[in-house]
Design a protein around this ligand. Structure first.
Ligand code: ATP
Ligand code: MG
Length: 567
C-alpha cells in the first residue's frame, strides 16, 4: 500500500521532499553559516487542525533533523479575532504532537515597536504614505490582474505630513477605517500585492498582549517576513497561497537588510481532507452555531478533536509522512488518515471484549451460580502485552448481529442448530430462542456448550467456522458508546458552487449507544486510554467518563466499511 501512496506525492524522492532537498543543498553551500532556523507561525484566532500539523511536522521536523531550531511565533497582528484561549490551546497541541520550542516563544506583537519604527523609516525614505480614502475606493483603484491600478491622490504627500498623520493615527485621533498607511511600490505591477499594499490600519480593540498601547496595527503581510528576519529564520516554510506574497516580503526585507542574510521562503501544498472543512473560520462557525459540541468535538479535524477521538500523535505523523509535501493543491482521502490510526492502534491498543448491541444467551447445560475465569491474550501484535482473565458463566451477552433466526447464505455465526466458538472459551450450539410477543424482538438465545471444547485445552481440537466475542452478563459493566461518522456527507463540502457547506452536514455523524456491555477489566479505564474492542473497532475513553458512567468514543471501525456504505 505505501508504495502506491508515495507515488501520489510526486516530488518526494528517496523519502526526501523537495523542501528537504533545498535545505540539504543550502546547508552544503554553507548558507547562513550552515545553520537552519525555522518557525511555526500560527495566528491565535482558533484551534489547530490537522492541516497545521502538516506545517508543524515540517517546521519542527526539519530543524530537528538538521540540528537547527524551530521557533513558535504567534502571528497576533489582529486584536479583533485573537485570544489567549487560543494561545494556550495551540501550545498544548504542539506539545502533544511531541515538539518543543524550548524558550523560543515569540509573538509578532513583541515586534510592534520595531515594525512601527520600520514604517516610520519607510515614510522618511519616501516609501510609505498615509491614504485618507475609504477601503472601497482603495480596493477599486487597485485594478485587476489585467488592468493596472490607479495612483491615490494622497500618494505624493510630503514626508512631514505623512509622519504627522501616522503619529496621530497611532495616538487615536482618527476613527477606524478613516486612514491607512500604504507602502509606495508600484501601482502597475503585474503582482497585485505590489500595488501600494496597506501596511498599517487603525484598530481600537485592545490587544490581548499589548493592551491599549497601540491604535495602529501592522497588516499580516507587513509583519510576517520582517518577523522572520528579526528572528534569523533561515527557511520560512509556508503554504502555497503565500507564493504570490513572496515578492512583497522580499521587498520589505530588501529595505531592512544590512548584511547578506535573508530568510528563504518555500511554499508547499495545504492539507485538505475529504468529508471535512479545514478553514478556521468555518470551524469556528460550526462551534459557535452549536453544530458540534466544541472545538474538541471528536468529529472535528482539530488536533484536540482528533485527540479526544482517540488518535495518537504517531498516527497523525504517519499520515503526514504518507501524503508528503508537494507544489500541487490536492485533496487527501480521509480514509488514509483512518488507515494510519488503525495501523498505529493495532500495535499498541490492548484487546478487550465489548458488546455494542447486546442480546442475551443462556447456556442451559452450564451449572447455575458458577463462574470460571478464561485466559485471553491482550495483543497478538505484542507478546509483551501478556494475558488477562475474563469471567465466563451461564448467561452472556453477544452482538445482536452475531445471531440470525433464519441465516442468509454464507452466514456462519449463530443460528438455530449451528455451532460457534466463544472467543477464548467454549464451542456453543444454538438450541432455540425466545421472542418478545409484541415487538418480535429476540430476547434470549438458548444454547448448550461442549465442556470438552475449552480453548487452549489439548483435547479440544474441534474446529467451527466462526468465533465470536462475548461478555459475562453477571459481570458486565455498562457503558455509553459514541459512534462517529464523517461530519459531512459530501467529499468537498466547502467547494460546491451555490451551496453553503452546512447543507452537507451528515445528520448521522453521531450515534449514541447507551446499553453497551463491556468486560469488567474496563471498569477503571482512564480517560484517553485506547482499546480494540475485538471484532468491532478502536475505542477511547472520553473525558466525560466517570465512575458512575463509562463513556467511550469510537476512533475507527476495524475495517473501512464506508466504501461499501457509499455503494
Ligand atoms: P486557516 O486558513 O485554516 O484559517 P491559516 O493559514 O490562516 O489557516 P495560520 O494560523 O495562519 O492559519 O497558520 C499557521 C501555519 O500553518 C501557516 O504557516 C500555514 O501556512 C500553516 N497551515 C495552515 N493551514 C494549513 C493546511 N491546511 N495545510 C498545511 N499547512 C497549513
Ligand atoms: Mg493565516
Amino acid at each position: 500500500m505505501s508504495e502506491e501512496i508515495k507515488n501520489q506525492t510526486g516530488e518526494t524522492k528517496g523519502g526526501i521532499s523537495f523542501i528537504e532537498q533545498i535545505i540539504i543543498d543550502d546547508l552544503k553551500d554553507g548558507k547562513n553559516g550552515g545553520k537552519i532556523i525555522t518557525r511555526f507561525p500560527p495566528e491565535p484566532n482558533g484551534y489547530l487542525h490537522i492541516g497545521h500539523a502538516k506545517a508543524i511536522c515540517l517546521d519542527f521536523g526539519m530543524a530537528l533533523k538538521y540540528g537547527g531550531k524551530c521557533n513558535l511565533r504567534f502571528d497576533d497582528t489582529n486584536p479583533e479575532k485573537e485570544d489567549v484561549e487560543y494561545v494556550d490551546s495551540i501550545k498544548e497541541d504542539i506539545r502533544w504532537l511531541g515538539f518543543d520550542w524550548e524558550d523560543r516563544e515569540y509573538y509578532a506583537s513583541d515586534y510592534f515597536g520595531r515594525l512601527f519604527g520600520f514604517a516610520v523609516d519607510l515614510i522618511k525614505r519616501g516609501l510609505a504614505y498615509v491614504d485618507d480614502q475609504p477601503a472601497e475606493v482603495i480596493s477599486e483603484q487597485r485594478g485587476t490582474p489585467t488592468r493596472p491600478g490607479t495612483e491615490s491622490p494622497y500618494r505624493n504627500r510630503s514626508v512631514e505630513e505623512n509622519l504627522d498623520l501616522f503619529e496621530r493615527m497611532n495616538r487615536g485621533e482618527f476613527e477606524e477605517g478613516s486612514r491607512v498607511l500604504r507602502a509606495k511600490i508600484d501601482m502597475t505591477s503585474p503582482n497585485m500585492h505590489m500595488r501600494d499594499p496597506i501596511i498599517y490600519r487603525i484598530l481600537k480593540t485592545p490587544h490581548h498582549r499589548t493592551g491599549t498601547t497601540w491604535n495602529v496595527y501592522p497588516m499580516y503581510d507587513f509583519a510576517h517576513g520582517q518577523c522572520d528576519y528579526f528572528e534569523g529564520v533561515t527557511h520560512s516554510l509556508c503554504t502555497l497561497e503565500f507564493e504570490v506574497h513572496r515578492p512583497l516580503y522580499d521587498w520589505f526585507v530588501d529595505q531592512l537588510m544590512t548584511g547578506d542574510y535573508r530568510p528563504r521562503q518555500i511554499e508547499f501544498n495545504r492539507l485538505n481532507l475529504t468529508y471535512t472543512v479545514m478553514s478556521k473560520r468555518r470551524l469556528l462557525e460550526l462551534v459557535q452555531e452549536g453544530r458540534v459540541s466544541g472545538w474538541d468535538d471528536p468529529r472535528m479535524p482539530t488536533l484536540c478533536g482528533l485527540r479526544r477521538r482517540g488518535y495518537t500523535p504517531e498516527s497523525i505523523k504517519k499520515f503526514i509522512d504518507l501524503i508528503g509535501y508537494t507544489k500541487f493543491e490536492a485533496i487527501n482521502d480521509i480514509s488514509l488518515l483512518e488507515h494510519a490510526v488503525r495501523e498505529d492502534l493495532n500495535l499498541r491498543a490492548p484487546r478487550v471484549f465489548g458488546v455494542l448491541n447486546p442480546v442475551k444467551i443462556i447456556i442451559t447445560n452450564y451449572p447455575e451460580g458458577t463462574t470460571e475465569e478464561v485466559r485471553v491474550g491482550n495483543n497478538p501484535e505484542d507478546p509483551s502485552a501478556g494475558t488477562r482473565t475474563v469471567p465466563f458463566c451461564r448467561e452472556l451477552y453477544i452482538e445482536r448481529d452475531d445471531f440470525m433466526e433464519s441465516p442468509v447464505p454464507k452466514y456462519f455465526r449463530l443460528y438455530p442448530g449451528n455451532e460457534v466458538r466463544l472467543k477464548g472459551a467454549y464451542i456453543i450450539k444454538c438450541e432455540g430462542f425466545r421472542k418478545n410477543a409484541t415487538t418480535g424482538e429476540i430476547e434470549e438465545i438458548h444454547c448448550t456448550y461442549d465442556p470438552a471444547s475449552r480453548s487452549g485445552d489439548p483435547s479440544s481440537n474441534r474446529k467451527v467456522k466462526a468465533t465470536i466475542h462475548w461478555v459475562s452478563a453477571l459481570h458486565a459493566i455498562e457503558a455509553e458508546v459514541r459512534l462517529y461518522d464523517r461530519l459531512f456527507s459530501h467529499e468537498d463540502p466547502a467547494g460546491q458552487k451555490d451551496h453553503d457547506f452546512r447543507e452537507f452536514l451528515n445528520p448521522d455523524s453521531l450515534k449514541v449507544l447507551n446499553n453497551c456491555k463491556l468486560e469488567p477489566s474496563l471498569s477503571k479505564a482512564e480517560p484517553g486510554s485506547k482499546f480494540q474492542f475485538q471484532r468491532v473497532g478502536y475505542f477511547c475513553v472520553d473525558p466525560d467518563s466517570s465512575n458512575d458512567k463509562l463513556v467511550f468514543n469510537r476512533t475507527v471501525p476495524l475495517k473501512d466499511t464506508w466504501e461499501k456504505v457509499k455503494k
